[in-house]
Design a protein around this ligand. Structure first.
Ligand code: PLP
Length: 484
């Protein structure tokens, strides 16, 4: 909505003889427009003087409404530039549960849409999960894409049903065998549109509604959504220094599915110990349950000894391994893969074809060449070096500014660090306060599913330039210091 439309909208809605004050009405109407996404992120609001004149109300009335929206984080202001809609809040603000209920959603639909929504599409410090896209070899990628679009055989324009382009499945298989010690053959690879789709497909095919699923606590909201969509009964299982701890699960629980991120637990960063991996594999064999191993960012390991995948540890037929190109290439690529136990390959392929359909072989051919020609390995090596330096910069800047007051996770791998906060600091309030200045601090407490919660901040550094890391880390320290 443009500034002119904001004035029209308020003019049409304000009730001059209404029960609530004009300032309350302006506040409420703007808040609702933000929540409904009629006012989108970074929209400039009319200057208070201009709005007051147009509506023929006092300027203080407008200022009071703006101040309240600023205090609650719906708006942010830039000195000299004006007042704008906050990106964090325009994507968080959702219709109320009651409104959704009236819209006729199923219980599952309500549960899915009621979930706290992490703002997406944010860039800059410290938006988690974003790779450095400015240094992606765009020219090479575009050349390969053009080449394969031009040369695509006519049958590539139809639906496909091979589980992914054979050349890409072969390239992925070789890569996984060599770098992740995964036990696989190309036939076991199923190429899909993102890890999220892989999670949903797996949950649907291996469970029935109301089955139990163990989720890491704290854990990945995307996996939780996939389990919810499959109608599963989610059991949060606490993560300790060795990863998900089966001994901490309710004694009588019998999961059909266990979701884990053993190489780099999301979000805590813990690497699952060998003993824990073996314990989980034994559980799965004994209980006939399935393990989903989500290996989403293990390419970025900074210590000498990369840990092999859990799938490759034992020739377990009970592990579904999932990897994604979102972090090593770019998130909008929407390409990921599953490694499926041989006995399930046909079922997964045909269910995938029925539920989602297959295609995009020209893009897959470009990716196969990108891997085969060495661009992929080179890009990973370069990004690994870059991310290591950025992590170090974030760590040293924060440590110099606040010492050990906010301990940081070990950072052996991945693209983010977790800063622990004392219980007295409310991470959600801090995150809202920072969002007003376009500083993205994802609250750790939002990742907890069970009763136990810890306060902290998930700080993505991979896609943030050095200057921004330094400046934003100092600002974060300034925000935290008075609260310590
Ligand atoms: C734990 C985890 N798994 C998977 C993904 C990637 O999912 P996708 O391939 O759907 O982009 C992410 C992205 O943030 C993640 O954090």
């Amino acid at each position: 909505m443009h500034a002119d439309w904001i004035i029209d909208y308020l003019q049409g809605q304000l009730q001059r003889q209404g029960q609530s004050t004009l300032s309350q009405q302006v506040y409420k109407l703007l808040r609702e427009a933000i929540a409904r996404q009629q006012l989108v992120a970074d929209t400039a609001l009319p200057a208070s003087r201009m709005l007051a004149q147009a509506l023929q109300i006092g300027r203080n009335t407008v200022l009071a409404a703006y101040d309240q929206l600023l205090a609650e984080g719906y708006l942010y202001s830039r000195p000299g530039a004006g007042t704008f809609v906050s990106p964090a809040f325009s994507s968080l603000g959702q219709p109320t549960a009651t409104a959704r209920g009236h819209a006729g959603l199923s219980q599952r639909g309500q549960a899915l849409s009621e979930q706290y929504r992490l703002p997406t599409g944010l860039t800059g410090a410290f938006a988690p999960g974003l790779p450095e896209l400015r240094q992606f070899p765009h020219a090479v990628w575009q050349r390969l894409q053009h080449q394969h679009n031009r040369q695509a055989p006519s049958h590539w324009w139809h639906y496909q049903q091979e589980g992914g382009l054979p050349a890409l499945r072969q390239a992925i298989c070789t890569y996984l065998q060599l770098s992740r010690s995964v036990h696989c053959q190309p036939e076991q690879i199923l190429v899909v549109q993102g890890a999220q789709q892989a999670l949903e497909l797996t949950a649907r095919l291996l469970t029935d509604p109301a089955d139990q699923a163990w989720m890491e606590d704290p854990g990945y909201a995307g996996a939780q959504a996939a389990m919810q969509a499959a109608g599963l009964h989610i059991i949060p299982v606490p993560v300790d220094s060795e990863g998900l701890n089966p001994a901490a699960a309710p004694p009588d629980s019998r999961p059909r599915l266990v979701y884990i991120t053993p190489s780099h637990q999301y979000p805590s960063g813990v690497v699952m110990s060998l003993a824990r991996r073996l314990e989980l594999l034994q559980h799965a064999e004994a209980d006939n349950s399935w393990i989903i191993e989500d290996d989403y960012d293990s390419e970025f390991r900074y210590d000498a000894q990369p840990i092999a995948s859990l799938q490759g540890l034992a020739d377990s037929a009970r592990v579904i391994y999932i990897g994604t190109f979102s972090k090593v290439m770019f998130p909008a690529m929407r390409l990921a893969y599953l490694v499926i136990p041989p006995a399930l390959v046909d079922a997964f392929r045909s269910a995938y074809a029925r539920l989602y359909r297959e295609g995009c072989y020209a893009q897959q051919a470009a990716l196969a060449d990108f891997i085969e020609q060495g661009h992929f390995a080179r890009h990973i090596r370069r990004m690994r070096d870059l991310y290591r330096i950025r992590q170090q910069l974030l760590r040293s800047t924060l440590q110099q500014a606040v010492g050990e007051a906010i301990p940081l996770s070990s950072g052996q791998a991945g693209m983010h660090l977790v800063a622990s906060l004392p219980p007295s600091i409310n991470d959600q309030q801090l995150s809202q306060q920072a969002a007003r200045e376009q500083l993205w601090l994802r609250p750790l407490s939002r990742h907890f599913l069970g009763a136990q919660q810890r306060n902290g901040l998930v700080l993505g550094y991979a896609g943030v330039e050095d200057n921004d890391i330094r400046r934003s880390a100092l600002r974060l320290a300034q925000l935290v210091e008075p609260l310590l």
